[in-house]
Design a protein around this ligand. Structure first.
Ligand code: G3P
Ligand code: CA
Length: 293
């Protein structure tokens, strides 16, 4: 076969294999082993061949940059203020990323302190990265290492209470995130997730080409949550303890959604949910995936 036919076919096959294999997701880049939502974490997870998707959270800085962070403030649990200063728990929300420029955000270190909840996590100085930097690094890594293209499960962290204080409104937040994604990766490899159903409703109408995942941490039925959302998302993503048996998995599938529960760190739990037929598993410990087989 001529080379100019073989190469595109090879890339198509690699992309297909990433889409059809079990959807193992590295939660916050794999915070069980590396500082959460950091460039070294995402890079480490890409080295684990079973990882199909990088899960990450985004917030917005004062100068409207999309920053990868779970909280819209610097957590006292694992971040240090500029100069290595400890952050008092009672003061952490004053270190508000939406009130800081990205140049100021970069002065904080969210890796050297470690995280007591994840004792295996490697300690190293890391700054919260930009979404664009993460996407660029991951795309480059896959190309350089002949890795199947990775997928991204990107969570917009917002709530009605935080509008204007911790983040912009849904429309502005969404526009900023969409523009960064579009610049770096094909939309076919992106899922946009949120607990904030306002965000999902907005993307459903504004960006119908992006697959959506409804994050759920409540005790309402799937039918009730979907009714409140007003449409059936591609993916239903509940806290894993809400999936009690195989019937629960079959029910979600019967409603026309994939099921990707979070956050499963125990190998026995991973095996059980995989056996029941979930479509993916979000874990802090991508290094444990190999034990599941
Ligand atoms: O992807 C789901 C999961 O990330 C939701 O939990 O709080 O870690 O963002 P959280
Ligand atoms: Ca998340």
């Amino acid at each position: 076969m001529p080379r100019f036919f073989a190469i595109p076919l090879l890339f198509a096959a690699m992309n297909l294999s990433a889409q059809t294999r079990f959807n193992w997701q590295a939660h916050r880049g794999g915070r069980g082993i590396m500082p959460e939502n950091s460039l070294p974490a995402f890079r480490k997870s890409l080295e684990i061949k079973e990882v199909a998707t990088l899960e990450l959270d985004v917030v917005v800085s004062k100068d409207r940059q999309v920053v990868v962070s779970h909280e819209p403030f610097f957590s006292a649990d694992f971040c240090l203020a500029p100069g290595g200063k400890e952050i008092a728990k009672g003061d952490q929300k004053k270190h508000n990323l939406y009130q800081l420029t990205y140049a100021e955000i970069k002065q904080y270190d969210c890796g050297s302190k470690g995280n007591k909840a994840y004792p295996e996590q490697q300690k190293m100085p890391v700054a919260k990265p930009l979404l664009g930097e993460v996407l660029q690094m991951a795309e480059q890594y896959c190309r350089d290492n002949n890795r199947p293209p990775v997928h991204y499960n990107i969570e917009i962290k917002s709530s009605p209470d935080g509008d204007g204080t911790y983040h912009p409104n849904v429309t502005e937040f969404s526009t900023l995130v969409y523009e960064v994604i579009k610049q770096h990766v094909p939309l076919s490899r992106v899922v946009l997730q949120s607990f904030d159903f306002r965000v999902l409703k907005h993307w459903h109408t504004q960006y119908p080409d992006v697959a959506l995942s409804a994050l759920v941490a409540n005790l309402k039925s799937a039918e009730k949550n979907v009714e409140e959302l007003g449409f059936t998302p591609a993916i239903y993503s509940p806290y894993f303890k809400m999936i009690l048996d195989k019937n629960a998995v079959d029910k979600i599938h019967g409603m026309g959604m994939k099921l990707v529960p979070w956050t499963i760190n125990d190998v026995a739990d991973m095996r059980r949910l995989k056996d029941w037929g979930v479509d993916g598993i979000i874990t802090d410990y991508p290094n444990r995936i190999a034990e599941v087989r």
